[in-house]
Ligand binder design. Structure first.
Ligand SMILES: [Zn+2]
Length: 101
């Protein structure tokens, strides 16, 4: 397993876990259960998303970046590299991973 992302809270962690699962990236969320433990560092209170397959790390980070930047009201766009249609809330092409221009 490889650490992918530290979420702000458990809700964000769950949203990202579901989002990544929809892109066929398997993750587990760990860490938030430590929040009640005495003597733990504050950083451990935040849930951490771990990716099961290390080959998914770079793709997972791109997806999370796109997830955090998405604008729900955006119009759809077409990728200039591969020609695929993408939904407006994504800044990366779902097909080839190119950035929206
Ligand atoms: Zn593309």
């Amino acid at each position: 397993m490889k650490k992918l992302y530290q979420a702000r809270d458990r809700i964000e962690a769950q949203l990202l876990k579901d989002f990544l699962a929809s892109h066929h990236i398997s993750t587990v969320v760990q860490g938030d259960y430590l929040s009640g433990a005495a003597g733990e560092l504050p950083a451990l209170m935040f849930p951490v998303i771990w990716v099961l397959d290390e080959r998914d790390v770079s793709r997972g980070r791109e997806l999370i970046a796109a997830f955090n930047r998405r604008k729900p009201e955006g119009a759809g766009w077409r990728c200039r590299d591969c020609g695929e249609s993408n939904e407006g809330q994504f800044d990366l092409c779902w097909h080839c991973g190119s950035c929206r221009e």
